[in-house]
Each structure stands twice: as C-alpha cells, then as structure tokens.
Write a protein that binds this ligand. Structure first.
Ligand code: MLT
Length: 397
C-alpha cells in the first residue's frame, strides 16, 4: 500500500501497559495451569453493580422494547437527566457546575485520549510516573512533553516550582488526584499552586478526577473547581468506573466550562463540535444506570463498595508498615504504590512475585521512568484474595 501512516506511533511502546501484563500472565498460566494467580494488576473492579443501578438499567432496557418509550440516538452530549444529576453531585461538593458545561461520555479514558483533538501542538507537562494514556495520546500527536518528577522526596506530588527552567507559556498540564498510579493526593495548597501557575502562564490543566470517591481525608479537594480560578484554566474528566463499578458498563463525563477560552476560541465549542462529529453518545440504559448511581440510594451503595476496597487497601498497607517498606496511597485511593526491594527493578519484582507467589501487580516502570523502582498493587480484588495475597507477600518482601 502507498498510504502514509502516523509515524508518531513509532515513538510509543509497542503494546499498551495492561495488554503487556495480560500477555505475560497468560503465558505464565499456560505454563503453570495449576497455579492460583491473584490479580492485583489492572485497576478493575470486582464487586457487582449496586442493585439500584441494575434495576435502572433493566427498566430502561425494557423501555427500549416498547413502542411508546423506545428511544433512538441519544443526545451526543448526554441526556439532561444525567447531566442534571452530575451537576447536583458537584453541588454536594460545594461547587457550581452547570449542566450545560457537562459532556457525558463512554468513560474517562476515551476523553483523556481524545481531548488532544481540540488542542494544537502545545508544550505538554506531565508528571512521571503517570497513567500512560496522557503520554501515549500526546506522543501519537507528535507533541513535545516535559516531564515533572514525582519522587519519594515530594511524596509523588510534584509542584510547578520543580519544573525545569523555562517560561512554560501556553502549556497543557495533566494532573490526576488521587493519583494513578501512586495513590498520592494533592492538598488544596498543592492544587492552588498548579491553578495559579496555569493562570500565570496561560496554560490549560486537564484534571483527571476518576478516583475522587476514594478520598477519605477531610479538606482534600474532590474537584479542581474547588480551587479559585480553576474555571478559567481547567477541564475536568471523571468516570463512573471506579466510583460506581462501571468498568464493564462504560460511562464518564467531562466538564468544559462554557466560559473557558484559548484566546478568543471557546474550548467548550470545539469539544462540542468534535463530539458531534466523532461520537454518537452513550446508550440510554447506561445513562439511566449512571443516574441511579448518583441517587441517594446509589451513592450509599457505591460508598459501601468503596469502603470494602479501602479495607483491602488497609490490609496491604498494614503489611508494608509492619515490614517498614515505603509506600504512598491506600488511604485516599484503591492503589498502593510501594518501593521495590533494594537492587530490584520494577519488572524484576513483577517477575519475582508472579513466579514465586503467583501475585500479579503493575511494574512502576510502565507508568514512566520515575516508577522504575516502584510497584503498584490494587485493592479492587476480593477480601479473601487480598488476605491470601498479604499472607503470600509476607514471606517474600
Ligand atoms: C489502571 O489500572 O490504571 C486502570 O484500570 C486503567 C484505566 O482506568 O483505564
């Protein structure tokens, strides 16, 4: 064929991190069919959907089977009933986000990957380690990335003052809090530093708040819009996946304030245009299910599931405390990010755990160079498996 391809793909890893882990684990399982592997790698939920969510999905599906209540294409930006419910959720956090600023999507990952469509080739600032989607999608677009290091010293919460010198004008900055993979969470002070920096440099923050429902500590921001000035410099992308167990259902949302502008150009209008062309909306039953997750009963049921996962996280962090191993996360996050044993790289540690105790985690290096000596365990498994994993780990770490 004589067509040209996007040569930027040569600059990303050949396989996506979780696909690579999946294929290594499959190979191990084939070679050791008797092994009972405990999966603490990809952050996928394991508890079933709350009953109130299932009932809403069933009812909506039945409506689709009736002439009177059947619906065709959904509105490409989301049904009003769901945008209203999301807006009310922000209200409960003390923040006013009007439904007109909200775009319903099939999950945070799609929006985080697609947002580059409406942005030019700006300088990009990304913390390292980080969720690989920010780096890969910008690399696919040929953008120049400046990394800012998360380290043991800064608690994996880098601040603008740690950026390499330069004016950083007009940058696109990616932040995730509670962070994937480190579980570290920015305080109001930390986020204020980023918002002030963005306003001063005419930069845009893309804020990934997919894990906000795991925040336990008082006074930690749940949304970037709690920070004064954020409506003038930030897009927020969130998800029902971790909050309501929707990893297999697919629903999320993006907030782009109607007033957010790059020069004279409305980012809201650009995203609206992009979505209308490339996206046909989220199915009606899924949006009804998402609405139910945001009802009082739904929020209560989701909180119970989150409490269950947090209890798993506690089992893991108690072991690390006992062993004196440095870690972040667990408290406000389903992820625990621990330091690998002396002299062991993260992929070596991955192999060691898989081969010796049949536990799958995620090697920190998959999240960037800064993760080279770290390892991520998720608390999204069952309590029984987590107890067993802690027992197995106790003997080898
Ligand atoms: C993870 O394990 O980092 C997440 O599950 C990936 C995702 O949310 O796409």
């Amino acid at each position: 064929m004589d067509i040209k391809t996007n040569t930027n793909f040569a600059n990303i890893k050949e396989t996506y991190l979780f696909s690579e882990i999946g294929s290594r684990v499959r190979a191990y399982q084939e070679a050791h069919p008797e092994a009972s592997i405990i999966r603490m790698g990809i952050g996928d939920v394991t508890l079933p959907l709350p009953q109130v969510v299932v009932e809403a999905m069933v009812k909506a599906s039945q409506e689709m089977g009736c002439k009177e209540t059947f619906r065709g294409y959904p509105p490409e930006y989301g049904y009003d009933f769901l945008k209203d419910a999301i807006s009310i959720r922000y209200g409960s956090m003390g923040v006013s986000v009007e439904p007109g600023s909200i775009f319903v999507s099939d999950g945070a990952k799609s929006d985080l990957g697609n947002i580059v469509d409406i942005l030019g080739n700006n300088p990009v600032i990304i913390p390292d380690p980080v969720y690989p989607v920010y780096v890969d999608s910008n690399t696919m677009n040929g953008n120049n990335i400046t990394y800012i290091n998360g380290t043991k010293e800064n608690g994996f919460l880098p601040l603008p003052s740690e950026l390499p010198s330069g004016d950083h004008k007009g940058s696109v900055i990616y932040l995730c809090s509670p962070n994937n993979p480190t579980g570290a969470v920015y305080s109001t002070e930390g986020l204020t530093a980023w918002v002030d920096f963005a306003l001063k440099t005419g930069s845009l923050i893309i804020y990934d708040s997919a894990y906000d429902a795991f925040i336990a500590e008082e006074g930690i921001p749940h949304t970037i819009y709690e920070i004064p000035g954020a409506f003038d410099c930030a897009i927020e992308i969130c998800s029902f996946s971790k909050f309501a167990g929707f990893t297999g259902v697919r629903c999320g949302w993006t907030v782009i304030p109607t007033t957010l502008k790059a020069g004279e150009v409305s980012l809201h209008a650009l995203w609206k245009r992009r979505q209308a062309t490339k996206f046909n909306g989220v199915s009606y039953p899924v949006q009804r299910a998402a609405q139910a997750a945001l009802s009082d009963e739904g929020v209560k049921a989701c909180a119970q599931n989150i409490a269950y996962y947090k209890q798993n996280a506690k089992l893991i962090t108690e072991l690390l405390d006992k062993k004196g191993i440095f870690y972040t996360g667990g408290n406000n996050s389903p992820y625990v990010w621990l330091e690998c044993p002396e002299g062991c790289s993260s992929w070596e540690f991955f192999d060691k755990l898989l081969n010796e105790v049949q536990i799958v985690g995620t090697p920190g290096e998959g999240f960037g160079k800064g993760g080279d000596r770290y390892f991520r365990l998720t608390a999204f498994g069952s309590k029984e498996n987590t107890i067993e994993a802690v027992k197995r780990l106790e003997n080898i770490i």
